[in-house]
Design a protein around this ligand. Structure first.
Ligand code: LER
Ligand code: MN
Length: 269
């Protein structure tokens, strides 16, 4: 099993990110703990030096399996489904601006909360139409660079747009792009899926990236999720990618990262 962990390139408000702060020392720590990759949360590619990030990451023998984009929503309010067309256009432009670094590193671009929530005065149907249109534009821009996008089903407490994998698969049908897939997150699936393993198996080869946290959003092993069974379902689809830790830095970032990898490695997958 290839394991990565989410690392923010800047301090961020989102609490379920284990490592924030000084980039190189965090990469160093993550590599020393035995992870194979870092998933980078990047608010705006213009604020980072992609070549320098790549140099640091690969210098520690790590890969970048995915780029998280949610800070553009969390810190700036950009979304594909905002009633203001200028904000929707900025969200599309921001997503497309991740393509060069994604192409350089082979990372998938994750679409989490950048999809937005259904704002007052907007119907769900309208929001879905905007979402489909935005994803089609982003996928078309990414395709020539062989870059993939991964939409994350997110639980009802954070959005009303695409809460579960079935809705995610329906969305993929509507978008109709082969470089668009899903990123299931075990924390969200624990809330939304009737049977987590069945939902994963139904995705087949449409899983482009995968987040793990336990039921309480602590590191895997700290809650009651059945990770041997969940990961068995994931790998039964032929999933070749990374299992990426996105959990709260509790009791502290170092302990959570260490305990998470120790638990997952013990599974022997
Ligand atoms: C991001 O990957 C995620 O899981 C969301 O809960 C962000 O709010
Ligand atoms: Mn997630």
């Amino acid at each position: 099993m290839k394991l990565s962990i989410v690392l923010s390139t800047h301090a961020a408000r989102f609490q379920a990110v284990a490592f924030k702060g000084d980039f190189e020392s965090n990469v160093n720590k993550i590599a020393a703990l035995g992870y194979d990759g870092v998933e980078l949360a990047i608010r705006d590619p213009r604020l980072v030096d992609g070549a320098e990030l790549s140099r640091i990451v690969s210098g520690h023998g790590l890969k970048v399996p995915a780029i998280g984009t949610g800070q553009a929503w969390g810190e700036e309010g950009l979304s594909f489904t905002d009633p203001d067309p200028a904000i929707r256009a900025a969200a599309i432009e921001r997503t497309i601006s991740h393509v060069p670094f994604a192409a350089q590193t082979g990372a998938a671009i994750v679409i989490g909360l950048l999809r937005g929530i259904v704002k007052p005065g907007v119907t769900h149907v309208q929001a879905m139409d905007w979402l489909v249109d935005a994803l089609q534009q982003c996928c078309a821009a990414a395709r020539p660079h062989v870059v993939r996008l991964a939409l994350e089903p997110i639980c009802r407490y954070e959005t009303t747009l695409i809460n579960n994998l079935t809705q995610g698969l329906d969305l993929l049908e509507r978008v109709g792009a082969e470089n668009m897939g899903l990123m299931p997150d075990t924390f969200h699936m624990n809330i939304e899926e009737p049977v987590i393993e069945d939902s994963i198996r139904a995705c087949g080869d449409r899983i482009f990236h995968f987040h793990v946290a336990d039921s309480n959003r602590w590191y895997p092993g700290a809650g009651h999720l059945d990770f041997p069974s969940i990961l068995d379902a994931l790998f039964s689809t032929g999933y070749p990618g990374f299992v990426s830790g996105e959990f709260m830095p509790l009791p502290d970032a170092d302990t959570s990262a260490r305990q998470g990898i120790a638990f997952l490695r013990r599974l022997g997958l």
